[in-house]
Design a protein around this ligand. Structure first.
Ligand SMILES: Cc1cc2nc3c(=O)[nH]c(=O)nc-3n(C[C@H](O)[C@H](O)[C@H](O)COP(=O)(O)OP(=O)(O)OC[C@H]3O[C@@H](n4cnc5c(N)ncnc54)[C@H](O)[C@@H]3O)c2cc1C
Length: 580
């Protein structure tokens, strides 16, 4: 009798999809898979279903940038009904894989891919089960028996040998539902289908704000094109006072999407895993941020864009970020948007990348996996300098959103205010919220808005937010932390109000968001021991060790790493009745 490993995938969104694909592609049958999904549908997850999108919401990646699934997007498009295509204004014959897509349509694609993978699994003799409409409420780990128990309320307790936690997005709710006109996030966006004859405050100006703006603008006016094909916006008669005011710390808009040369995964100018491992070993167990910046950012630029390299070759990370930020901050964000839109149009037309921006995305992706080996000092530098630049440059605002932003701004209904680091928003009991901030002339401001939408994006959740209580109580998982190299720096961080602890050996640690994982995405307990049974690829809960939320390429990469631990190559390749 073949003994099969019993594996649970908890959550059937994009992470669950890529994980399942790894099993199907493994050419093995010595395991059984159970997928638990709280909804009645697989694949779409939060961003590509009604939980995260309306018809007007689009992806920020195009078909050619999507990691390989079963059918290429351009082929799948030809198989869907004309009604669906018409709904999303897509002509299958002229479909261009370099264009972004409506997110709901993309969700249909992901669901279809999950279906195809299930067919392949059946054909290959893989044992699997999908438990739809099933919410996993707790997980208990039994180290001595080598078991994990997945609980479905009080009704069911099911034993597994391994679980992969893919429960994905979670948007904490603070005031929504209690305070009228106050929204803790713009999701699900159907709730923003509101006629609002007054200014609306938005926190944030990146892609989450773009989602809110796309919805609110459609319910309070219309977009149209003039004789020259230029988009303009007209506010509706019923909302003459409608306006959206975005508030952001640095007053910047995301950079416009351009033509990307390489997917992050295929970029071979980056440091290899073994180079990084050797560097960490030689550097007292720490990854140096400067080393990664030099080798995964400046050196590739030296080869591909020598002119830009000349400009930055003598700059360290701080100096580079300051130069790029100063350039952006010195310009009106909508003037810069217009200029970047034109630059990106050329890039797309000529299929030429804007190389330094592409490399910044690649750097962020490359830093993601080894970030847990940074010293606390370097993590603080990363958070303070590089992250703000990365978050504006690699958000990649799609062309149509950029056009809409410019049209809305020209119509006087979209503004962006710089509020610095000390702003705060207070919910008002009568409804809405007051924005408190210091303006650019150093004047204190307090402005009341009847409607407020928090659009900061998916926050990095804390250890305490982790949804499976028993794992926390039994210390199966632990809060993520990074060690300080220098005691002096640790004391400075304490004085700055950072969450720093000291262990019994006297070493100082910075608490970072989420739970501790090792390089294979396995949970790590309080003694630093890895847990062979529990894998975590739900990004909001591992944000400290995995700071870049890069989306589908993350799903692809993390699932590749996890499958190597779950199905090691040298393990008895029990091929069973594999029928390829
Ligand atoms: C608004 C938005 C837009 C985005 N757009 C892009 C984009 O254009 N391109 C890109 O590459 N990336 C994009 N991303 C990144 C995106 O996060 C990932 O691509 C992807 O959604 C992550 O998938 P996931 O499966 O980890 O999480 P989710 O999409 O959140 O899926 C989690 C799944 O688990 C299920 N689940 C949750 N809890 C339980 C439970 N207790 N029991 C059972 N099931 C459960 C949920 O129902 C869901 O199906 C976007 C993110 C957001 C928030």
């Amino acid at each position: 009798m073949e003994t099969k490993k019993r594996i649970a995938i908890l959550g059937g969104g994009p992470s669950g999809l890529f994980m399942f694909k790894r099993f199907v592609d493994s050419c093995r049958t010595d395991f059984s898979i159970t997928i638990f999904e709280k909804k009645n549908r697989l694949g779409a997850g939060m961003p590509y279903s009604a939980e995260g999108a309306n018809d007007e919401h689009i992806t920020n990646v195009s078909g050619n940038e999507i990691p390989e699934l079963v059918t290429p997007l351009a082929e799948w498009i030809k198989t869907i009904s004309k009604d669906t295509l018409d709904k999303f204004h897509i002509d299958a014959e002229r479909f261009n894989e370099y264009k972004v897509l409506p997110r709901l349509l993309f969700g249909q694609y992901l669901t279809a891919q999950f279906d195809l993978l299930q067919k392949q699994a059946k054909k290959n003799g893989i044992e699997y089960d999908v438990r739809y409409n099933t919410v996993v409420t707790d997980i208990k780990d039994y180290a001595e028996q080598g078991l994990v128990v997945v609980e479905i309320g009080d009704e069911e307790k099911i034993e597994f040998d391994h679980v992969v936690i893919c429960v994905g997005h979670n948007w904490p709710v603070k005031n929504e539902g209690k305070v009228p006109g106050y929204f803790d996030s713009p999701y699900p966006p159907a709730k923003l289908a509101l006629k609002l004859n007054h200014p609306v405050a938005i926190t944030g100006s990146s892609l989450t704000a773009v989602d809110a703006v796309r919805t609110l603008s459609r319910y309070n006016g219309t977009f149209d094109k003039d004789q020259n094909g230029k988009l303009f916006y007209k506010v509706a008669d019923y909302s003459p006072n409608f306006k959206m005011v975005m508030h952001s710390r640095n007053g910047l808009l995301p950079a416009v999407r351009f033509h990307l040369m390489d997917s992050h995964l295929s970029n071979d100018s980056m440091l290899t895993e073994s180079e990084i491992a050797a560097h960490i070993k030689a550097n007292d167990g720490f990854l140096s941020l400067d080393y990664v910046f030099e080798n995964d950012f400046k050196q590739p630029i030296r080869n591909e864009d020598p002119e830009f390299y000349e400009r930055i070759k003598d700059l360290n990370m701080e100096a580079f970020v300051a130069e790029m930020m100063n350039l952006r901050e010195s310009l009106d964000p909508f003037v810069l948007l217009k200029a970047e839109y034109a630059e990106a149009e050329q890039s797309i037309k000529r299929r030429e990348s804007i190389y330094w921006k592409e490399m910044l995305g690649a750097l962020s992706f490359a830093l993601n996996y080894p970030a847990k080996h940074l010293s606390a000092e370097d993590m603080l530098r990363l958070q303070k300098t590089l992250v703000p630049l990365i978050s504006v440059v690699i958000a990649y605002m799609p062309q149509s959103s950029s056009e809409e932003f410019l049209a809305l701004h020209n119509a006087g209904v979209l503004d962006l205010i710089t509020v610095g680091n000390d702003s705060r928003v207070e919910a008002e009991s009568q409804g809405g919220a007051t924005y408190y901030y210091t303006d650019e002339d150093r004047q204190q401001q307090s402005v009341y808005f009847e409607t407020y939408v928090n659009c900061i994006g998916q926050p990095h959740l804390t250890f305490e937010d982790f949804p499976f209580e028993s794992l926390k109580h039994k210390h199966t998982i632990t809060p993520a932390r990074l060690k300080f190299i220098s005691r002096v720096e640790a004391l400075k961080a304490i004085a700055d109000g950072k969450d720093v602890t000291q262990d019994q050996l006297g070493d100082y640690y910075l608490k970072v968001p989420g739970v501790t994982i090792n390089d294979n995405f396995q949970a790590v307990d309080a003694y630093g021991a890895l847990n062979e049974r529990i894998f975590i690829m739900a990004v909001p809960y591992i944000g400290g060790y995995n700071p870049d939320y890069s989306g589908l390429d993350f799903c692809q990469k993390a699932s590749e790493i996890i499958i190597k631990s779950l199905l090691p190559k040298n393990e008895g390749a029990a091929v069973g009745n594999l029928n390829l």
